[in-house]
Design a protein around this ligand. Structure first.
Ligand SMILES: NC(=O)c1ccc[n+]([C@@H]2O[C@H](COP(=O)([O-])OP(=O)(O)OC[C@H]3O[C@@H](n4cnc5c(N)ncnc54)[C@H](OP(=O)(O)O)[C@@H]3O)[C@@H](O)[C@H]2O)c1
Length: 286
């Protein structure tokens, strides 16, 4: 990965941090896009200490605010006009209805829409590398329970009818539909793949989930995959020559999974989601 520039969202902890560490060890130049700059700088320090790689930049980016994404992407495009790999890793899970700065349901907004905008803004940089850039979207097996409810992407049904798990599954299905549509639209220029990292023992469901879910997650964690292992598939998709020409696929444990949920193959739905997302971020695309 020497000479390659990799952008990773949510790289200050969990699977994102492990992915960053392992790509730093392979010599990549890293751009860590983190909601909290201080946490990002701490992570960069820890990565340098572990790998001796000093080629790490931290940029503040809150994926729940399209203006913050636009500002971060502008910085990347100015300072790093060639990006080899974009790992859309950041994610949030919550049991309560929250909205993003622009009024979208938080999990849809952060997990899908924020990454949709970031990817659009970085596409010119991802089209520069000779081999073509690689886009990696961290999805989840939870997508199997997902469907896209276009009537409720702004929390229209209200708090009482809000289901955090339904919204999370929806956002992770959106990751796969987006991946497949990207692969179709930019087949000549970039590759786009997505993955399930396994059930990984991070603090993911300890942050914004309700106390019961957080407790269950804490009890389950010792049986889950270590975050280092949880990064296996992201690192594989970012670095392996085996997948240089593979695009539009869903991976689990470094293996291409032929059949994610049937709904993830729905091309009309993917095109509809693309149009919806493009319209939602339109004001931030320039
Ligand atoms: N853990 C699992 O079992 C599992 C299973 C399937 C899929 N996944 C997926 O794996 C990805 C990484 O999750 P993880 O388990 O590593 O969780 P994690 O340890 O909680 O890390 C999530 C990262 O996303 C960042 N993030 C959250 N909201 C953000 C926002 N508004 N703007 C920018 N960054 C934001 C977090 O930043 P802060 O530190 O500031 O909160 C953190 O860096 C997620 O996409 C998740 O859906 C995880």
């Amino acid at each position: 990965m020497k000479g390659k520039t990799v952008v990773i969202t949510g790289a200050n902890e969990g699977i994102g941090l492990s992915t960053a560490k392992r790509l730093a060890a392979k010599g990549a130049h890293l751009i860590l896009a983190c909601r909290d700059e201080r946490k990002g700088l701490n992570a960069a320090g820890a990565i340098t200490e572990r790998t001796d790689n000093r080629s790490i930049v931290v940029i503040p980016m809150d994926l729940s605010d399209l203006a913050s994404i636009q500002a971060g992407a502008e910085f990347i495009m100015t300072e790093h006009p060639k990006v080899d790999v974009l790992v859309n890793n950041a994610g949030v899970f919550t049991n309560q209805l929250h909205l993003t700065a622009q009024g979208y349901e938080l999990q849809f907004g952060v997990n899908h829409l924020g990454h949709f905008l970031l990817t659009q803004l970085l596409l010119p940089a991802l089209q520069c590398p000779d081999e073509g850039g690689r886009i990696i979207n961290v999805s989840s097996a939870a997508h199997h329970h997902g469907k896209i409810d276009f009537q409720n992407l702004r929390g229209e049904y209200g708090s009482k009818r809000y289901s955090g798990t339904r919204a999370y599954s929806q956002s992770k299905l959106a990751n796969i539909l987006f991946t497949k549509e990207l692969a179709r639209r930019y087949a000549e220029d970039v590759t786009a793949n997505c993955l399930h990292p396994g059930v990984v023992g991070t603090r993911f469901a300890n942050k914004q989930a309700n106390p019961l879910v957080s407790l269950i997650w804490t009890m389950y964690k010792p049986f889950a995959r270590h975050p280092k292992k949880g990064a296996d598939t992201s690192v594989y998709l970012a670095a392996s020559p085996e997948v240089r020409d593979v695009s539009g696929r869903y991976f689990d444990q470094c293996q291409c999974v032929r059949r994610p949920a049937a709904i993830a193959h729905d091309e009309d739905l993917a095109a509809k989601l693309w149009d919806y997302s493009e319209n939602a971020v339109r004001d931030y695309l320039d």
